[in-house]
Design a protein. Structure first.
Ligand code: FAD
Length: 598
């Protein structure tokens, strides 16, 4: 329509991380003409940063491991709020997906017997993470990307999607712009798979990169889909705290999985003081037992440093608050006194270089300083467990931008496996849906394209407002201060007022210059998504009057069984400007799965 670049596909995947690429491969293999669109360069998606590994109960090191144990660990890690069916499919299918990745050329670290090696991570009963040193994400992306290109799947790089298009209640395509030229582009497709990743850039201190502005979350909302679990944001316990330029950058959990321990300024290994009732039976209560566990998992319980992330992050937060923090306001993570320099450099090469180059710290000789950092959003688009279909016909969501799988807290390693398991499922379902339509395909209307164009150009229209950067900075600071790791009704109420003010400011913001490569304009568009997502998080956090997983309320310190039986579902308001919440009971777990929790 009117001179805009136009493409037709059976399936369009938005996002080229692990989830998007795996979905595209599956859609292509099912016979669909498939395209992948991503706002950065291919290979630059978040997935490439993943360090620790892919969780899959392969049983290579511990034959007692199987999908049932993995399922149980995942549900308990998520404090039973996970969609049980997703957790089941994930645990059952992850091993096949890892082996398939190996078939496609991924080179994993090996056991002495030549099997794929598996490493320990928090919340996992057995060593379960298939890995490549501490660069697993790089190997995963390399493998999936190579296959995508080999299969001849079309890739649109540095192309940002801003709106989904519909025909009646069905998806008909997507609208976006080329980052370099600012020119618009439309994709006509009956199936669109959202695989846009996370939302971390709404917070000041985060391990996430510039891309994670919750675009998929917000576009899904605006298209009429729903989000769940949005109050659950994972603050990873170990981000760098010094120097300021790298604050928030991730320090992989593998450091603890490989023997690292946490100490306060008094030199005390404090995690033994923070073992919650829920995990007492499976956590070591002496240093001796904790240390024996690395060699003998049968007869010892796991160290408290490897409790689920929410527990460790809260403990660190409490130690810092109590005045026992490190020089730069963190806590000490020490592997130097526990393992040989050779071991550390072999197992954690990226961490070794990261600290050497960025902080001038030699982690084989001295402890690291670390503190919590916003890392992952459990919340996302509500989907059907088997097909990843949202409430909108033709709209699928997968990976970090989908919700349900991880409940209130994700275990480390369970994201990479999630991408593979549900990426494949989404690709297959989307292809089947499109082919089932035959010639009766939804169409793109000129009016909708014009509306999307207007929406995208709106930031150029106003005068006299402020630039988007100052609004983004204020949002990040407010989210950090008021919707962070420990929450109260008072602060959350305040955050919602602040978000309203920021929305008002965003409506009047001013963008300088032209449409050719204009980061200010791009941010102005992203900001609307960030604000909608931030509001979803803050509203749900205020509503949920309990503490569970990634959501900690100072004014409601414990879990409440009533809240443990329901989800908060987020949908868009009538005028499209704000969000609404509805409680919804959890789907009941069948008895043959319930028995694992007696
Ligand atoms: P991403 O990999 O985040 O990709 C999103 C894609 O969407 C990108 O291609 C982006 O360009 C595109 N996109 C976004 N918005 C738009 C738009 N509007 N238009 C077009 N394209 C768009 N998990 C584990 O399981 N194990 C680990 O060891 C691990 N380590 C981690 C280490 C770090 C430092 C971080 C930050 C995370 C880690 N995680 C780990 C989490 C895991 O990496 C992520 O959750 C996962 O990679 C997300 O994958 P994804 O495919 O959903 O999205």
């Amino acid at each position: 329509s009117h001179g805009i670049e136009h493409h037709k596909y059976d399936v369009v995947v938005i996002g080229a991380g692990g989830a998007g690429l795996r979905a595209a491969i599956a859609a292509h293999d099912a016979g669909a003409r498939t395209a992948v669109v991503c706002k950065s360069l291919l290979g630059k998606a978040h997935t490439v940063m993943a360090e620790g590994g892919i969780a899959a109960a392969m049983g290579n090191l511990w034959p007692d491991d199987n999908w049932e144990v993995h399922f149980r660990d995942t549900m308990r890690g998520g404090k039973m709020l996970n969609n049980w069916r997703m957790a089941q499919l994930h645990a059952q299918e992850a091993p096949e997906r890892v082996l398939e990745l190996e078939d496609w050329g991924a080179l994993f670290d090996r056991t002495q017997d030549g099997l794929i090696s598996q490493r320990d991570f928090g919340g996992h009963r057995y060593a379960r993470l298939a890995h490549v040193g501490d660069r697993t994400g790089l190997e995963m992306i390399r493998t999936l990307q190579q296959r995508t290109v080999q299969l001849g799947i079309d890739v649109f790089m540095e192309c940002t999607v801003t709106d989904l298009l519909k025909d009646g209640d069905k998806i008909s395509g997507a609208f976006g712009y080329w980052r370099e030229t600012g020119r618009f582009i439309t994709f006509e497709a009956p199936s669109v798979i959202l695989a846009t990743g996370g939302i971390g850039k709404s917070f000041k201190v985060t391990s996430n990169s510039w891309e994670y502005t919750g675009d998929g979350h917000a576009m899904a909302l605006r298209a009429g889909a729903k989000l769940i679990n949005m109050e659950f944001v994972q603050f990873h316990p170990t981000g760098m705290v010094w120097p300021p330029s790298v604050k928030g950058l991730l320090v992989t959990e593998s450091v603890r999985g490989d023997g690292g321990i946490l100490k306060n300024s008094e030199g005390k290994r404090f995690m033994f003081d923070y073992i919650p009732e829920f995990f007492k039976a499976e956590t070591a209560d002496t240093e001796e037992e904790a240390d024996r566990w690395y060699e003998d998992k049968k007869n010892n319980r796991r160290p408290p440093e490897l409790l689920p992330r929410d527990e460790v992050a809260r403990a660190i937060n409490s130690e810092i608050k109590a005045g026992r923090g490190s020089e730069h306001g963190g806590i000490y993570l020490d592997i130097a006194s526990r393992r040989t320099p050779e071991f550390i450099r072999k197992r954690l090469p990226s961490m070794y270089h990261q600290f050497k180059e960025l902080a001038d710290v030699d982690i084989t000789a001295e402890p690291m300083e670390i503190g919590p950092t916003c890392h992952y959003v459990m919340g996302g688009v509500e989907v059907d467990a088997d097909t990843e279909l949202s409430a909108v016909p033709g709209l699928y969501a997968v990976g970090e931008c989908s919700g349900g799988m991880h409940g209130s807290n994700r275990l480390g390693g369970n994201s990479l496996s999630d991408l593979l398991v549900f990426g494949r499922r989404a690709g297959e379902s989307a292809a089947a849906y499109t082919s089932g339509l035959g010639d009766d395909r939804p169409a793109i209307s000129d009016d909708d394209v014009r509306a999307a164009e207007k929406h995208a150009l709106a930031p150029f229209e106003s005068t006299g407002g402020e630039n988007p950067y100052s609004i983004q900075q204020d949002l990040q600071q407010k989210m950090n201060d008021l919707v962070g790791i420990i929450r109260t009704a008072e602060e959350l109420t305040q955050s919602l007022k602040e978000i309203e003010t920021l929305k008002e400011r965003a409506r009047n913001l001013v963008v300088e210059g032209h449409r050719q490569y204009n980061p200010g304009w791009h941010l102005a568009i992203d900001l609307r998504n960030m604000l909608l997502v931030s509001e979803s998080i803050a509203k749900a956090a205020l509503e949920r009057q309990e503490s569970r997983g990634g959501h900690t309320r100072d004014d409601f310190p414990g879990p409440n069984p009533e809240w443990g039986a329901k989800n908060l579902v987020v949908s868009i308001s009538e005028d499209g400007e704000s969000v609404m919440l509805n409680p919804q009971p959890l789907p009941p777990m069948p008895d043959d799965l319930k028995k694992f929790f007696d």
